[in-house]
Design a binder for this molecule. Sequence first.
Ligand code: SER
Length: 871
Amino acid sequence: MTNSHQIREIFLKYFESLDHIVFKSDSLIPSADPSLLFTTAGMVQFKDYFLGKKTGLKRACSVQKCLRTSDIEKVGHTFRHLTFFEMLGNFSFGDYFKKEAIEWAWKFITDVIQLDRSRIYITVYKHDEEAYEIWSKIVSKERIYKLSEETNFWKMGNTGPCGPCSEIIYDLGENFGCKRPSCGPDCECNRFLEVWNLVFTQFDLQPDGKLIPLKQKNIDTGMGLERLCMVVNNLNSVFETDLFFPIRQELLKYISPSTLDSTTYINAISDHIRAATFAISEGILPSNEARGYVIRKIIRRALRYVKLLNYNQPILYKIVPKVVEIMKTSYPELELHREKVALIIKSEEEKFLETLDSGLNLIEEVVKESKGKISGEIIFKLYDTYGFPKELIDEILKEKNISYDEEEFLEAQKKAKEIAKASWKGIKAISKDIYTSFPSTIFLGYSQLSATARILGIIKENQKLNKALKTDLVEIIFDKTPFYGESGGQIGDSGVIESVEDKKVIGEIKDTKKVENRIIHITKLYENIEINNEVVLKVDIERRKNIMRHHTATHLLHRALKEVLGSHVAQAGSLVADDYFRFDFIHWKALTEDEILQVEKIVNQKILECLPVSIIETDLEIAKKLGAVALFEEKYEKKVRMVVIGGRIENEEIIEQPFSIELCGGTHCYNTGEIGIFKILSESSVGTNLRRIEAICGKKVYQYINYITQKLTEISELLSTKNYEEILPKIEKIIQQNKQLQKEIENLKLGLIFQKAQELLEEKNGIKFYIKHIPDTDIKFLRTLSDELTKKYRNESYLILLYSTKDEKISVVLRITEKLLKEGITTKKFIEKINFNLGIKLGGRDDFAQGGGTLKIKDLSLIDIFQILIK
Ligand code: SER
């Protein structure tokens, strides 16, 4: 038995001895061309060398991890189809060509790994006489087949390097085949297995279909490791190789193969779990977007097979350690992410298992009632509501010999999209375009907290203005600014605008946002302003310093959590404000008191050490090499900003290991000492495998300590008296105080809710639109608040819309005041507009409506709602 690891080594050693440079596998997201979905072949990382854009490399070889899902429906059903596989390849860039490529491949196959020559056949492209001639000197002509473009002309996609190819085919024997007399290496059946593909890359395919000869001729070969491993060891299937066998065994610990198709299902699951493990460990999280969706589809297909094997619990995540164990010798990085990958897969499993049953029942029901065909709308429901990937539905229906109306499906999909997005997009597009029509704002706020700037744009209700009047609430864009626009979890700055001449306050900047590098200052004006005015911008220094303390502390906390809990801890979101910060991270259980103390201790230790915080701008690649922590899902530009705490990095080399290196665009202290002190206030769960820490720094901790000390003094004074008659009334008082305190806390919480709330008051056509967004609350709260407001404004013409957003849900309460109702205005037409534009469901009476749904729109703003209402 030659195991897979030996084969990888033998292959690379062989080509190394032929002067090839051994390259490590590229990631599954192609680094040479991130526009490609996945790395599908060994040549992808060398694309620029093939096209002559990069030079200096003559020969290379690699074992490349690849992902292809074009044949996913076959995976499990055949002995050879896979989504994730490894490709052995040797490459020449303008160096050797067909003769050497063919001779070396032959030597490897027959001498080095000694496949049975009598079982080997060759195919060449029918017009490639050169390849035919070379082969005919090696094998007898009866064994060489001339085939068409379809099989023997290799293209990477619709464009790019391509050329004729020659395949080395292995005869698996009659039992694998169709047994027709015509069966041969050109047969569609399974008997003749393509083992190695030698591509003679000589063209660059243009988008218009033209083949432009490449300046240099290249070689690109690809051989599937799993297949080679199968034939070398005389096995019947890739799933019997050492790459899969232990995975199947592991699955069998949980699943008993009770149905006829068990092997099919188990094989498919084994492939899919490998694909998911590799992809997720590279940061491709299951999601509804491009790459993430492919991974989601793979996991969901596997789960359906798990279900068909009568297992109803999350299981895939339990197999992850086995995959890692098998593959870690070649891919040691897998081990680093093992727990994180398992957690992510587990939560993905839990999510789909919630709807899988009902979806499958729905299919059973409609299939029973159908006469061979079901409606496209039901298919859409399965897809949209039950989360069944389209390919999975297709596969299930194909098994049941049922068809559906594709047109109807597309129609239902279109309708849903229109409701959720289309009309909405219009508004969004206008508002975004308005900002992006201005040049990017130069941000000065890393080093300056005040600056003179020129007004480039004034925006009010989606309209550009040349001037604005005092008392207006407007958005202003300057040529440059020290104000940080809300992004990366850090809230926006606030402050004032002053006149250059007499330092008079012209306006108050209440908040600062960022849209594609334009920094937008939401400003209440105290004086008139005009485009091109020069003004002085002053950030509220005290507030900003608190924000910086909290931001630098999140980096310390992140690193401390990794130290205490393990390397799987990864940031999943954060909010850095002036009065506190919160930090969400991946971890599967609540922290113990001891763990919290340890984390607190480490962070405070690093604060006391007064570590310098330095900023280094560098290339993403270098940052990664230095071990910078990057957010899992975030896409970064080529040039990145590293925040380095402690240690020493010089000329892109680590001289002394820093405590933390993170990619981050936020504003930070110059030295950890500025943070003062750090205190964790709470630790809680915010979702499956997601924890949240809320903490405070600096002055906030000081206030907190004062409060606690005061309480402690009161208690100890009390306990020091022995006179019970004296104590009892005091205890009574404390109980009362406590009740009062509870109330205060409730009020404080309410205050917090309102602190986060935003409101807008606009008047149009005699109606006062009062719109308020209160994050993280429920509809009951909105109703109570709306009662108060409707009462308060009953003698005025108010439309009151309160909404709350929590996770992905939105709740809305809409009220019409008595006076407005008397003017003949009801909720009716507004309900329609809201429902249509937001794709949610509101219902109710003429003066009151409530409802909600899934928030399909990102960054929904008050202005957006206002626009919808007045449309
Ligand atoms: N690029 C070719 C293939 O994918 C050979 O590596 O088959």
